[in-house]
Ligand binder design. Structure first.
Ligand code: BDP
Length: 711
């Protein structure tokens, strides 16, 4: 059997000596940990004699991970002796079956880890119904080892709450990543399939370690070329690398592909030639990739083609693709991110208006994928009213890991806090306690399909995410998709312990800093329910003054409508009545400013600048105070980090410090530009003692960013 003695010995040597090499962040959270108690708890690994590629991944991972932690070589053995780590399904290892572990109901991905004697020998057992469960069990054991420094308390029984746990890459075939702030695409489409970058294995391994089981490889603003024979071969090469790590590949499908690459003159979903073309395309893809996951589709949104071009509905379009994929077991993820340039309805209402009437008319292998809020990945939005409103259509969650609207990769914003807020939100559709997470995990409406996707923040940068703390958002996506009830703070602590050090003197203050970071970005960008006031196109920096773009809802002004007398978007019954899309208790609460949380005030209400806030301040004074608070919170983050240099290697310490300095300057810029603008429109003087903006409003209006990334 294969053993990597030398590899382990080398890793140990490196771990013992001071880090002489650059800590560039490439190793993510999968680092060599030390242990608290050096007594080796595992002397050999016993698994199936002919492991599948997935089980091989799991065993290698355990052997190398435990070996490196204890500075010992862990051989693979055929017989169970004392201190064996036994990994297998009951079918592979009868001794595992004899333990009568609670595997029923754990599906293919769940696992049990138990310290239990086998034939009188002390053992730790990782058991599952399928090799994928064994892989996740192996990573769970290593996570426990890395976060606690030992294997005490390792017993657990887990299964993922959500079936599809996916990354959505917005990567184009030319290597540009839409809204990417971490370099170029990691997919080297040009050299594939001849050259398969070893980095894809590291990518798959990192995903497997946090339970992510699939990736949509290309941008939702899709090129039809991705569906040509040439590109299917490239996708197949990536699928081959991802498969041993329990991951499937998916593609974004351009709805007009039958015209673009198929030689047809229509993409009408009810046209038999179009249906036949897609069926043939599905056959071709599955011939190359037997476990292909399916299609993600952005249709009739922001200029993308779709079924409405032929007077058909979203359901007609989704069902046509679903029929093509169904014989092969694939799914369609049809996006609900739609708003029209001709529809005057409040933009945040349009997805609900279009999709709720279609509830129940989608095929069984369709999920409707909705963003967490009804607008567009803003620093804060109320949850999307579709959640809870489509009991007969599986809704899947789309989060954005890449920080398009949250300062790009240089701002430290821990998104676990944002996602927890959304997942915990109570839709009230079945009384109290009908949380968004209950919709997403299928329990509220008995969905047969469930999913959470995150728009990836991964690129060719050595540190993958363009920043060290950006990695925590990738990590949190996986962990919260596995279990949406996890606490975001606990997830942050897990990530910190594995990425830096387990020392609580480091972990506790930095976890606090991460949790605060989300509120900080809301405060210095869009406090009190303001939204979408960033620069046009690139979305970098403040630009609340813009009101001259061709489509009304592209203008920041559309969202705040500030005048001398008032500010905010009236979404009550007197205004756009968006509140009516929520369950009655929420509609009532959000229909009245007195019962609306400060966080959502200007999202739902249009109020006088003199409106009296809970704090006793006027709205104008409160707005200024929030902007100041946001800047102060970033200064606190900087101070926290500055005091922790002893716990972090110099490379990563400096990079984070540099970025925090950028973030602080930019937080100040946001604050200054926004209070200059709102102060000008409202004609309000700054409250006493408040520092005036550093520059004039004209200065901020004149700034331009032609080379901002990701655009
Ligand atoms: C917007 C992005 C745009 C995406 C779009 C989407 O600015 O690049 O294509 O979302 O999700 O926020 O389709």
């Amino acid at each position: 059997m294969k053993s990597s003695w030398t590899g382990v010995a080398l890793a140990c040597l490196l771990a013992l000596s001071a880090p002489a090499f650059a800590e560039d962040g490439y190793d993510l959270w999968l680092r060599v940990p030390g242990v608290a108690d050096p007594a080796l708890p595992v002397r050999a690994i016993v698994g199936s004699e002919a492991p599948s590629p997935i089980l091989r991944s799991a065993i290698d991972e355990l052997r190398d991970g435990i070996g490196a932690a204890y500075g010992a070589a862990i051989p693979e053995a055929e017989r169970i002796a004392d201190d064996s780590l036994v990994i297998g399904t009951p079918a592979q290892l009868p001794a595992v079956g004899d333990l009568d572990l609670p595997l029923a109901g754990l599906g293919d991905e769940g696992y049990v880890i138990r310290r239990a004697p086998i034939d009188g020998k002390s053992a730790i057992v990782i058991a599952a119904n399928d090799d994928r469960g064994l892989l996740y069990g192996a990573f769970a054991l290593l996570r426990h080892l890395r976060t606690t420094g030992g294997l005490d308390g390792i017993d657990r029984t887990e299964r993922p709450a959500v079936a599809l746990r996916l990354l959505n890459h917005w990567d184009n075939p030319d290597g540009h990543v839409e809204r990417g702030y971490a370099g170029r695409s990691i997919w080297d489409w040009w050299r594939l399939p001849g050259h398969v970058d070893p980095r894809y294995t590291d990518y798959a391994r990192a995903n497997a370690s946090i339970g992510i089981n699939g990736a949509v490889l290309n941008n939702v603003n899709a090129r039809a070329d991705m569906l040509t024979r040439r590109y299917i071969a490239k996708t197949a090469a990536i699928a081959d690398v991802l498969r041993p790590w329990g991951m499937r590949v998916y593609l974004s499908a351009r709805f007009s592909a039958p015209i673009d690459i198929g030689g047809l003159d229509t993409a009408d979903p009810l046209d038999p030639r179009v249906r036949a073309w897609w069926a043939g395309k599905a056959d071709e893809i599955y011939a190359a990739i037997p476990d292909f996951g399916g299609f993600l589709v952005k249709a009739n949104s922001e200029g993308q083609p779709g079924p409405q071009d032929y007077d058909r509905t979203h359901a007609d379009g989704a069902n046509m693709l679903a029929d093509a994929l169904a014989p092969h077991g694939g799914v369609v993820m049809w996006r609900a991110f739609v708003y029209s340039d001709v529809n005057p309805e409040d933009r945040v209402k349009q997805a609900y208006s279009e999709f709720v009437p279609l509830d129940g008319s989608f095929r069984d292998n369709v999920l409707v994928q909705a963003k967490n809020g009804p607008l567009d990945f803003q620093p804060r939005e109320p949850f999307h009213p579709l959640f809870g409103a489509m009991p007969d259509t599986p809704l899947m969650m789309e989060f954005q890991v890449t920080q398009e609207y949250l300062g790009f990769s240089t701002h430290l914003v821990y998104l676990g806090a944002l996602w927890e807020e959304v997942l915990d939100a109570d839709t009230r559709v079945r009384g109290e306690g009908s949380q968004v997470s209950d919709v997403i995990d299928g329990s509220l409406h008995d969905y047969a399909l469930t999913g959470i996707a995150g728009v990836a923040n991964i690129g060719s940068d050595r540190d993958w995410s363009g920043s060290i703390f950006g990695q925590s958002n990738w990590y949190a996506l996986g962990r919260l998709a596995w279990n949406p009830d996890l606490s975001a703070r606990d997830v942050a602590k897990e990530w910190l312990a594995q990425t830096f050090t387990r020392d609580p003197a480091f972990v506790e203050p930095v976890a606090d800093m991460m949790m605060q970071s989300r509120e900080a970005v809301v405060n210095y960008m869009t406090p009190l329910g303001l939204t979408h006031i960033m620069g046009t196109g690139h979305h970098y920096g403040p630009a609340p003054w813009i009101d001259d773009l061709s489509r009304p809802e592209w203008n920041p002004y559309y969202y705040h409508r500030a005048t001398r007398g008032a500010v905010g978007f009236d979404r009550t019954a007197r205004g756009s009545d968006a509140v009516s899309q929520y369950a009655p208790p929420l509609a009532r609460a959000w229909g009245n400013p007195a019962t609306t949380e400060d966080e959502y005030l200007l999202w739902f209400h249009r109020l006088s600048w003199d409106y009296r806030m809970r704090s006793g301040r006027t709205l104008w004074e409160e707005l200024v105070a929030r902007y100041d608070l946001g800047v102060a919170q970033v200064a606190d983050m900087q101070a926290t980090w500055a005091a922790l240099g002893d716990y972090v290697d110099a490379d990563r310490f400096k990079k984070v410090s540099d970025y925090l300095a950028i973030q602080r300057a930019e937080a100040r810029w946001w604050r200054d530009a926004c209070i200059a603008y709102f102060g000008d429109v409202s004609n309000r003087p700054l409250p006493e003692g408040v520092e005036p903006p550093a520059k004039s409003l004209e200065y901020y209006r004149g700034l331009a960013f032609p080379y901002a990334p990701g655009n």
